[in-house]
Design a protein around this ligand. Structure first.
Ligand SMILES: C[C@@H](O)[C@H](N)C(=O)O
Ligand SMILES: C[C@@H](O)[C@H](N)C(=O)O
Lengths: 165, 165
């Protein structure tokens, strides 16, 4: 693929929190995350897409064990900023593909998405950087998702097994 | 902060494309990105948040010079998957904070969001990994955003200038 996919990772016991109807003007995400940081909650993914009609959604993941406390902080934050509601999913997992030199990682993302699609695994959230593509899936699908991603990038074979070019 | 923020980066000439009303079932993002990969377009950020009423939005950024071709691929993909529309913004920039050991990067994210909020810079999209927090802002705000982030993390001082602990 012209890129070096060095590994795949799984964070199996995650929970996802989403604040809905977030007003889209400066200072708003800071107000949300200040509260969360003050509660000493470790946040993993943070995802925010563009707004529609001046409102957007901010989602983030935490360890499933931190969900209750996170929801308290999120609900307090949501009130202060005038967001409309908070939702959550207690049973999610993050599957990631890690690469070096993944500057043109479009092909890698496509291959990852294909692998999951072939297994009928639904992708709930996506976030990327040049060295990492992460998707959020249902926890029930997590182990199967990691396996299929390993297979798609030949990460499940010992170097000696790989076909010679 | 207990983490090592090693640098900040700016990608100034980006364009953002969003596919709206994306049906949320397996295979859909693969259908979108297969087309984009086949056009040899290099995609930078990919952001997808959770769905509402079985539909979500998929946004991604490309070099501004690739926008026209990207829109062709995105519109073709949107048709095929039954999405409702495609929107774009030709004048955006990605500002990132890069760190090592940013495992508890909630504090770093909060500090980054505060720096931008203090400058009244609006955050359009957010994506994170353990080593990188990226936000999309208006291109007009880009240079100012980079400067304020440098200052917030004392990246604009030579090591000799930093206060001794
Ligand atoms: C929605 C939120 O990101 C807002 N635009 C902010 O800058 O804080
Ligand atoms: C929306 C899109 O990500 C869809 N859930 C898929 O898996 O392809």
């Amino acid at each position: 693929l012209g890129v070096h996919v060095s590994g795949a990772a799984l964070a199996k016991d995650e929970a996802r929190v989403t604040i809905h109807g977030v007003p889209d003007h400066p200072g708003v995400v800071h107000a949300i995350f200040r509260r969360i940081a003050e509660s000493n909650i470790v946040v993993d993914m943070i995802v925010q897409n563009v707004s529609t009609d001046a409102r957007t959604e901010v989602s983030f993941t935490v360890a499933a064990s931190e969900l209750a406390e996170t929801l308290r902080a999120a609900e307090a934050g949501a009130k202060v900023i005038g967001a409309t509601s908070v939702s959550h999913n207690a049973g999610v997992a993050k599957v990631s593909v890690v690469g070096l030199g993944m500057r043109t990682h479009t092909g890698v993302a496509t291959a990852m998405f294909q692998a999951l699609a072939d297994e009928d695994i639904n992708i709930q959230m996506i976030t990327t950087s040049e060295i990492k593509i992460s998707v959020l899936v249902d926890r029930e699908s997590a182990t199967r998702a990691l396996k299929i991603v390993h297979r798609a990038f030949a990460l499940d074979r010992a170097p000696a097994d790989l076909p010679r070019p």
